[in-house]
Design a protein around this ligand. Structure first.
Ligand code: BG6
Length: 482
């Protein structure tokens, strides 16, 4: 029995419908939803972009994109043909009148309407305005916007204002695709669906928490964007902060959009300013299998960080005194995104001769190998007497669910279906994004004012020495990247 939750018939317009994100993620994702039966018959997807092309050409472009970026499902050519038949294309001029009348003719007013702004933020205002002047959007329409949502507090505020001039907050879906990842939602299920963890989830029992998002890819190919952003703006301000919020927030009274987002906002507001010696910025040097950051970014004098490690504090009753160590970087030793909760050491051991330090460690793996494990201490089996060993209680989802499990939707497909369903829980609210920039701005301004030079790390390593030293000083260690 399929557990796919049906959605209503929709018209989804993708501005930037020929772009990278549309071809790599949005459309291959929609194809998977189509195949799983979640896209109702009669729903339409309308690609809109600058290039002149007809619908037939667009359909073949998307069929090729699915073949290139999709998984095994791309071999199902029958479904793929049926899917692309639901696509239309309009050549549109965001800053002029070209294409709008045609678009107005395609978008129906009696189905769910969603407009995905997969374009540069400088066009948001033009698109929002024209959707209204051409009477395409209405009070129920939804708009979806991508990161980067501004590059600081001021630009984020300006974007929020631009959108608010045309749409109500309840119509705006700001994507942070990390919130669409299966494990991220599972984090909430584990915290608030079990008796076991929540009583221990505080400074009495938790020693510290680590959040790592390590990537092996470099910035080659997107240096133009990345070199102006760096890891702080590209990853910390959004993805890592969202993870931090979910792990640290108070229990919302119910799993509803504003309930969850109110609690996340409180975490951001309780974040303390981070002292410069608690931040390590890094930039990768050439390694055995690739060029340096500066070559990748095509900027020989760049001081942009491709790595960041920081020690954060949340000033509230639950977390006072518990460090949250965040780290993210490109071209690191392994691709690994993981949240790890280190519980405190036992205060006393009753077992003679047991000198090892036993602690429970809960690790939540976002990717690869999604799942969780909890390190627990048991007696070493066998005749050796009362010897203790630490073993993982492994909850790898793929193993736990077995081969018959329903296909797990990827982040984008899940989030797009949430837009159609009108569920904003996994989207960032305007005040949340502003608060996040409000916390990162002074840190970025600080290192810009100091002309901070990032530390070097070899591509394929675990990051700069200083990042290791930062934890070492606290008597702790980063979780090994494997
Ligand atoms: C994007 C960043 O938001 O997230 C990229 O701009 C990064 O730099 C990517 O590579 C990581 O996403 P994922 O889902 O591959 O972990």
């Amino acid at each position: 029995v399929s557990r796919v939750i049906p959605v209503e018939t929709f018209d989804l317009v993708i501005f930037g419908g020929t772009g990278d994100l549309a071809r790599r993620k949005i459309l291959p994702g929609l194809f998977r939803r189509f195949r799983s039966g979640q896209m109702p018959v009669g729903s339409r997807i309308i690609g809109a972009a600058r290039s002149e092309m007809d619908t037939a050409a667009y359909r073949s472009m998307i069929a090729e994109a699915v073949a290139e970026f999709g998984g095994d499902e791309k071999n199902d050519t029958k479904s793929l043909d049926a899917f692309v038949a639901a696509l239309d294309y309009v050549a549109i001029d965001a800053k002029g009148d070209g294409g709008w009348v045609e678009l107005a003719g395609l978008v129906r007013s009696d189905v769910v309407q969603a407009f995905y702004f997969s374009v540069a933020p400088s066009l948001f205002g033009d698109l929002a305005e024209r959707l209204h002047t051409h009477k395409i959007a209405n009070a129920q329409s939804r708009i979806v916007v991508e990161k980067p949502f501004g590059r600081d507090l001021e630009t984020a505020r300006a974007l929020n204002k631009t959108l608010a001039a045309h749409f109500d907050e309840s119509q705006i879906y700001r994507i942070d695709h990390y919130l669409g990842k299966e494990t991220v939602q599972n984090l909430m299920a584990v915290r608030f669906g079990n008796m076991l963890f929540e009583p221990l989830w505080n400074n009495h029992y938790v020693d510290h928490i680590q959040i790592t998002v390590a990537e092996t890819v470099g910035v080659g190919g997107r240096g133009g964007y990345y070199d102006k952003s760096g890891a702080m703006r590209d990853m910390v301000q959004n993805h890592l902060m969202q993870l931090l919020c979910l792990i640290a927030m108070e229990p919302p009274n119910q799993y509803g959009p504003d309930e969850v987002r109110d609690e996340k906002l409180k975490v951001i507001r309780a974040l303390q300013p981070v002292a410069p010696h608690h931040i390590v910025r890094g930039q990768y040097d050439a390694g055995p299998d690739g060029p340096s950051y500066r070559e990748d970014a095509e900027n020989p004098r760049s001081f942009t960080e491709s790595f960041i490690a920081m020690k954060c504090e949340i000033a509230n009753w639950r977390w006072a005194g518990v460090p949250f160590y965040l780290r993210t970087g490109k071209r690191m030793k392994a691709r690994s995104s993981e949240i790890t909760v280190y519980f405190k050491d036992l205060g006393h051991t009753i077992f003679e001769g047991d000198v090892a330090r036993h602690r429970n460690i809960l690790s939540i793996r976002l990717q690869p190998n999604e799942g969780m494990d909890l390190q627990v201490t048991i007696k070493e089996p066998g005749p050796g007497g009362m010897r203790l060993i630490d073993v993982p209680l492994d909850m790898t989802f793929a193993d736990a669910l077995g081969p018959d499990a329903e296909e797990v939707p990827d982040a984008y497909e899940r989030l797009i279906m949430d837009v159609i369903r009108g569920n904003q829980t996994l989207f960032m609210r305007g005040d949340e994004v502003e608060a996040a920039w409000g916390w990162t701005d002074p840190l970025i301004n600080g290192w810009e004012a100091r002309n901070d030079v990032p530390k070097h790390y070899e591509a394929g390593s675990a990051g700069p020495e200083d990042a290791l030293a930062m934890l070492h000083r606290d008597g702790r260690k980063w979780r090994e990247l494997k």
